[in-house]
Design a protein around this ligand. Structure first.
Ligand code: ME8
Length: 519
């Protein structure tokens, strides 16, 4: 039985529609899930929305709606994004679900039973308008010398009753975790940042609110709802059925990978393992913090008016080219930039003009010059075997790189193999061999035909739709996992069948920059 693999994304705040950062994270997680499935693992992939807390509450209040009503509408946009971008999740977890509430209350009870929760007063500079506490150091001054929040709203010294989690007791255990399991936090930059933070000492964490009621009720504590991060993090286990010992729970916990953006590393690499230790639950294996996607080097924001709708981007350029661009362009773990020109340039150079063109040239020639009939009876030359080795090595590299979440490097190895294939055709010039040496022409075309298969297969986690369309055309059967690469007899079986290659359909059209896009 294959080893199970559980991957999660962060759950998004449905206080607005999804933006490019949400799309990026969903796509990256989907590539990983598809890659692991193709590697023979039994995968569980979870995503969802984080519906409680101030962000949704305030937004709903600002637009005069009930929080639940707003959350329902915005969540539907996240679900639509998943469909549009081909995100193959198994579970979309909403934190408003009753099962999620009971799971959050159960983890709370376990932390309380472990002596880690106590009631105290929370004091600090509070902005009623922002419904948030601020640190003294964050405050500014108004014209009359009054203190103002970073948002410019008035603050007052306020004390409210709050439950606290004894985070201060966990610093040593967390540092031991990071030391004993060096891959618990990746990449290195995030790991170092978190270690420095914990070494600086941890304060107890305020984990309940009384100023609003949009959240999970604290068990047996009237007027308190949980601090949104307590319930949000619990989604990773409530989605498996916790606290019930479901089959999903037994199969998939502990989680293999929490994929998140770098701004929320602390919540995942400090608070979450501390909550789990307190509740006596096994810890996840890895938290990976990806970088930010910037729009021409700048963070998107509503006030700058540069917010991109990822669905519109997919409509303009196609889902697969956008997915490919994001995984290829940005070194995973670092920030990266995108622009319309960059997407068009990259997709045209690598997908349309290199791989697409290679596949299209070969399939067209087999269709035209060999009547779509494959033949196994040809002599293999040194050049042919050399090219086969180049492709096999590149795909080996891609698999090692993808396993290590180095997508851009893996795709670079793949690209080099595609270049070698194009170079081979140019050198062998099968169009010229047609008259001079038809047998050799067949050998060249068959060598390339055979290589379209592994090249398309390797790209399948990233561009699933285009890869499958291509694999359909070349008569590939149902097993589209990497194990198909080891099926030695597939080509003989295909040539022995009544397979005829139809007139090929390009799967990577050339993109054009719409007028008005680009600078
Ligand atoms: O943080 N580029 O939700 P969220 C890349 N609800 N990633 C980005 C990004 C960008 N420009 N902007 C945001 C939350 N992200 C919490 C998570 S998990 C238990 C709770 C990433 O909607 C961000 O880092 O603000 C996070 O991983 C995800 O998008 C959702 O962000």
């Amino acid at each position: 039985m294959s080893k199970p693999y559980y991957i999660t994304t962060a759950i998004s705040y449905p206080n607005g529609k999804p933006h490019i950062g949400h799309a990026y994270e969903a796509i990256a997680a989907d590539v990983i899930a598809r890659f692991q499935r193709m590697s023979g693992r039994k995968v569980r992939f979870q995503t969802g929305t984080d519906e409680h807390g101030l962000k949704v509450y305030q937004k709903a209040r600002d637009v005069g709606r009930e929080p639940r009503d707003l959350a329902d509408e915005m969540t539907s946009h996240f679900i639509a994004m998943g469909e549009k971008l081909n995100i193959s999740y198994d579970r979309f977890q909403r934190t408003v679900d009753p099962d999620h509430h009971s799971a959050s209350q159960e983890i709370w009870r376990r932390m309380e039973a472990n002596g880690d929760l106590y009631l105290d007063r929370y004091e600090g500079w509070y902005s009623v308008r922002d419904e948030a506490y601020y640190d003294e150091s964050e405050l500014g001054e108004g014209e009359g010398g009054e203190k103002l929040s970073p948002q410019g709203t008035p603050v007052e010294w306020t004390a409210e009753e709050s439950w606290f989690f004894r985070l201060s007791n966990y610093a040593d255990r967390l540092l031991a975790l990071y030391a004993d399991h060096p891959s618990f936090i990746a990449p290195e930059r995030s790991r170092n940042e978190i270690i420095r933070f914990v070494e600086g000492g941890l304060k107890d964490l305020s984990v309940s609110r009384t100023s609003f009621d949009w959240g999970v009720k604290v068990p047996d504590s009237d007027g308190h709802v949980m601090y949104v991060w307590v319930d949000a993090l619990t989604n990773y286990i409530s989605g498996l059925g916790f606290p019930d010992e479901t089959e999903e729970w037994r199969t998939f916990w502990p989680c293999d990978l929490h994929l998140i953006g770098k701004d929320i590393t602390r919540f995942h690499a400090v608070y979450w393992p501390a909550f789990l230790m307190s509740a006596g639950i096994e810890l996840p294996k890895q938290v990976f913090a990806h970088g930010f996607v910037l729009n021409r080097g700048r963070k998107e924001s509503k006030s700058e008016g540069n917010v991109t709708d990822p669905l519109a981007l997919a409509d303009t350029y196609g889902v697969d080219p956008v997915r490919y661009f994001l995984m290829r362009e940005i070194a995973f773990g670092q920030d990266g930039s995108y622009s319309d020109e960059a997407i068009v340039t990259r997709a045209n150079a690598e997908l349309a003009n290199s791989f697409g063109n290679f596949a299209q040239r070969i399939l067209s020639m087999v269709h035209k010059n060999m009547d779509g009939k494959l033949t196994a009876g040809y002599e293999v030359s040194d050049e042919d075997s050399k090219l086969e080795k180049t492709v096999a090595n590149a795909i080996g590299e891609l698999r090692t790189d993808f396993e290590a979440l180095n997508f851009s490097e893996g795709l670079d190895a793949w690209m080099r193999a595609v270049f070698a294939c194009n170079q081979y055709i140019d050198d062998q010039a099968p169009w010229a061999l047609r008259k001079t040496d038809p047998e050799r022409m067949q050998a060249v075309l068959m060598t390339c035909f055979r290589l379209v298969r592994p090249l398309a297969l390797a790209l399948r986690p990233v561009t699933p739709e285009a890869a499958d369309k291509l694999l359909d055309q070349i008569g590939m059967g149902e097993n589209r996992d990497f194990s198909a690469l080891d099926e030695a007899g597939w080509f003989d079986a295909l040539t022995g069948s009544d397979f005829t290659l139809e007139k090929p359909q390009g799967v990577f059209p050339r993109l054009e920059l719409p007028s008005g896009k680009g600078e």
